[in-house]
Ligand binder design. Sequence first.
Ligand code: CA
Length: 380
Amino acid sequence: MKITNIETFVLSNKLQESFFFSQWEYSERRICIVKITTDEGVVGWGEGYGPADVIKAGITFIAPILIGENPIENETLWFTMYRKTLDFARRGILAASISAIDVALWDLKGKILNLPVSVLMGGQHRKQVVPYATGLYFSESDDLIRKLTAEAKNYVHQGFKAIKMKVGLSVKKDVAMVKAVRKAIGSDIQLMVDSNHAYSLLEATELSRLIEPYNISWFEEPVSPEFYHHYNSLRNKTSIPIAGGECEYLRYGFQQLLKSESVDILQVDICGAGGLTEAKRIATLASTYGVPIIPHVWGTGIAFHAALHFISNLEPTPGRLDPPDFLIEYDRTENNLRESLTQPSIYMKDGYISIPQTPGLGIEVNETVIQEYATEILMK
Ligand code: CA
């Protein structure tokens, strides 16, 4: 079996209502996906995390070396892609381009061998995971706190057991928002905060101290991802667990994050950090430091399903008779692509989402939706 075709699509969904986080405004969801086809007509799908048009350019650069190769040998193909890009980009977008191709190769391999990706990765330690709602972004609302508390209550009503909110406006405003959201959701729901590296060490320390009374499960990206030593300092100044890693790439980048004892929770993005192949190696590395992984997930059902299989395969360390539930990030902001591109739909029941048991990633991609959202006119 040989790879005969690699196609990339940049999809765009202009949002009805912009939302904001500490760094900038989101008015569009723009995502690069990749389709790999074999000489026997089997198809695999992948997705890259980051600027879609640049990821597409990266895939166009890498793709020729894969044509004619056997998709079953995906780890040797991973190394060829890595070697092809190493001299120009040891981190960043080319890693996301590799990630998109790698996820598509796992999907393809699963379909060829008739196995779910998580089984192919070595096995399913769990058959279901607990989604946490990512939302509670900033908006231009006159009464932001009222809007946030209504949104948070809605997540509880939908059955979510854990919710992540944005912080990073200012320490004072953040404390008021966190206090109001905690009051709205009650004490039984897990609450996390994410500043998207908005703060200096001093500000992050102050915010941590002021929100400790609200039982925060983790503080995500409190400071710049460049300042490992600040991450480490903050960990020693607060009882709130510190999370990060969505801006990190490949096992070498994660080694730096782990070695510096920067985080309590590692947030690898499978579609950015090097694909499922590299994410599994990062998980092995993290296990030697005793640091748990809760992946960063953003984008379409392709990225979400890659994360479902990855989490199913994560070792439950430390082992025990009644292991805890594992979390998956479930973005709830406006994104028609997440809802419509893949089938079956993502479905939460009693606060859990099941791991797919069908071959590959366990999804079908609707190519009519690609036609609808593609930024370029596609040939039928
Ligand atoms: Ca984040």
